[in-house]
Ligand binder design. Structure first.
Ligand SMILES: [Zn+2]
Length: 411
C-alpha cells in the first residue's frame, strides 16, 4: 500500500491524456462483434466516458459535444487478452535450448534489464491489440509487479497486467540438473516449496509482494508437487481472494492433482485426459492451451476440451525472440491454430476476449463491448469471422478510453 501511494505521487504523463471525467468519446465503425451474444452489429457507435463504455448505439444519432472517432469500414472487437505471457523474459535460439537460456538470463540480466525488456514487450503487445495480459512468472524477483505498477501509473505504455511474481515449484524450479554451487540461482526465478507449510508461506509471500495470481509449476521433469502441497496453495490463495494458475504437462497426474485441489486454470495440459477435463468442467476450471503455431500433435485435445464444455482462454506463452517480429506480433499469430483445431472463428474470438476476461476480472468486465465494461477496443480491416488472421493486423487500439494506435483516421 505504501508503495502504491509513492507511485501515485510521482509524475505520470499518461494520465494527463486520459479521457477527462464526464467527457464523451464516440467510436463509430461499420461492424462490431458482440462476443457475448455471438452476433455482429452493423453501423455502430460505442459511447465512452471515464474509460468505460456507457452504451452501444446504432444509426445516426450522436450525443451532443462528443469527440467522434469514425473508423469507417472496419470491425470493432474487444481488446485482445493474452492470459499466458512472460513479458520480462526472452530466450534466443542462438544461445541454445531452454536450459542454456535460463542460466544466461539469470546470470547476465540485471533486474533493471528485465524491467526494461518488459517495458518494450508491454508496448509491443499493446500496439498489437492486447489490452490485458496475465503474466505468469520468469520475471526475476517481483520485477513483474514493478512493470504492472509502472503501466498503471502511466510511466510506460502497456496492457493492463495481472502478475504472479515468482512461480512456486518443486525443488529445482524448471532447471535441469544443476551442480550444488549453482543451485542458489533457482531462487532468482522460482520459489521452491517442500511441504504444505512452506507452500502456504510461499503464497502469503507472493501476495505480500504484489501478486494478483499465484503461478504453480505442478511438475517439472519427474518431480511433482503433492496433493497436500497443492491443497495448501489453493486454500491459502483463495482465502486471500487470489486465483491459482497451474502449469501441468507430461501425462495426467500433475493436472489431476491440480484440478482436484481446485486451481482456477490449467496451463498447457498438452496430454490432458478426458477424466481431467470432466473434473474441470464440473469445477469450471479454465484451460489455457498455449499452443504455438506449429503445435500439430496437441491439436486433438482442443476438440475434446470444446466437447467437454471447458472454458478455453488463449495464451501465447511467447518468449523466444523472433526475427522481424515484435512480441505482440508473435502473440497475435496464435489464433489460426485454434481454428485449425476445430474451433469456430466466433469461439476463438470469445477465447481471446470474453472468456479470459471472465477469468481475470469477474467484477469489472473486460473482454466485451457492452455498457459497464472497460473501454478496451481494437479494430481490424478484415472480417475475423471469415479469416481469423485479421487479428494479425490491428489498425486501431483503445485502452480504457484512450486511443493508443490509430492507423485509420487523421487527427
Ligand atoms: Zn509459460
Amino acid at each position: 500500500m505504501a508503495f502504491a501511494c509513492v507511485l501515485a505521487a510521482l509524475p505520470s504523463p499518461g494520465r494527463a491524456q486520459d479521457t477527462a471525467d464526464g467527457a464523451l468519446t464516440v467510436v463509430r465503425a461499420a461492424h462490431l462483434v458482440d462476443v457475448r451474444h455471438r452476433r455482429v452489429i452493423d453501423d455502430v457507435a460505442v459511447v465512452i466516458a471515464g474509460g468505460e463504455i456507457r452504451s452501444i448505439e446504432t444509426g445516426a444519432g450522436m450525443p451532443m459535444g462528443a469527440e467522434v472517432i469514425d473508423l469507417g469500414e472496419v470491425t470493432l472487437l474487444p481488446g485482445l487478452i493474452d492470459v499466458h505471457t512472460h513479458l520480462l523474459h526472452e530466450y534466443d535460439r542462438e544461445h541454445g535450448d531452454d536450459d542454456a537460456n535460463r542460466i544466461l538470463e539469470i546470470v547476465e540480466m540485471r533486474a533493471a534489464d528485465r524491467a526494461l525488456l518488459g517495458a518494450r514487450n508491454a508496448r509491443d503487445m499493446l500496439e498489437a491489440g492486447f489490452t490485458t495480459v496475465r503474466d505468469l512468472g520468469n520475471s526475476g524477483i517481483n520485477n513483474d509487479v514493478a512493470l504492472r505498477d509502472a503501466i498503471d501509473g502511466g510511466w510506460v505504455p502497456g496492457p493492463r497486467m495481472f502478475v504472479s511474481t515468482r512461480a512456486l515449484s518443486p525443488v529445482g524450479g524448471q532447471f535441469q540438473e544443476l551442480v550444488e554451487a549453482a543451485q542458489p540461482l533457482v531462487a532468482r526465478e522460482y520459489v521452491q516449496v517442500d511441504g504444505p507449510e512452506q507452500a502456504r508461506r510461499a503464497v502469503r509471500q507472493a501476495i505480500h509482494d504484489g501478486a494478483d495470481w499465484i503461478k504453480v509449476i505442478v511438475n517439472s521433469d519427474s518431480l511433482m508437487l503433492s496433493p497436500g502441497e497443492m491443497e495448501a496453495i489453493v486454500d491459502e490463495a483463495h482465502r486471500a481472494g487470489v486465483q491459482v494458475a497451474a502449469h501441468a504437462t507430461h501425462g495426467d497426474a500433475a493436472a489431476m492433482i491440480a484440478v482436484q485441489a481446485g486451481v482456477d486454470s490449467i496451463e498447457h495440459g498438452y496430454t490432458i485426459s478426458d477424466d481431467v477435463l470432466a473434473v474441470m468442467a464440473r469445477k469450471h476450471i479454465a484451460l489455457v492451451p498455449t499452443d504455438s503455431p506449429t503445435a500439430e500433435h496437441h491439436r486433438a485435445r482442443i476438440r475434446r476440451a470444446v466437447a467437454a464444455g471447458i472454458r478455453i482462454a488463449i495464451g501465447s506463452d511467447a518468449y523466444y525472440r523472433a526475427d522481424g517480429l515484435t512480441r505482440g506480433q508473435v502473440a497475435a499469430r496464435i489464433y489460426p491454430r485454434y481454428v485449425a483445431a476445430g474451433m469456430s472463428n466466433m469461439d476463438v474470438l470469445r477465447s481471446a476476449t470474453l472468456l479470459p476476461g471472465e477469468l481475470l476480472a469477474p467484477r469489472h468486465p473486460i473482454g466485451t463491448i457492452e455498457a459497464g465494461a472497460r473501454a478496451d477496443l481494437i479494430a481490424v480491416r478484415g472480417d475475423p469471422l471469415e479469416d481469423i488472421g485479421a487479428l494479425e493486423d490491428v489498425a486501431f487500439v483503445m485502452k480504457e478510453g484512450r486511443t493508443v494506435v490509430n492507423r485509420l483516421t487523421r487527427p
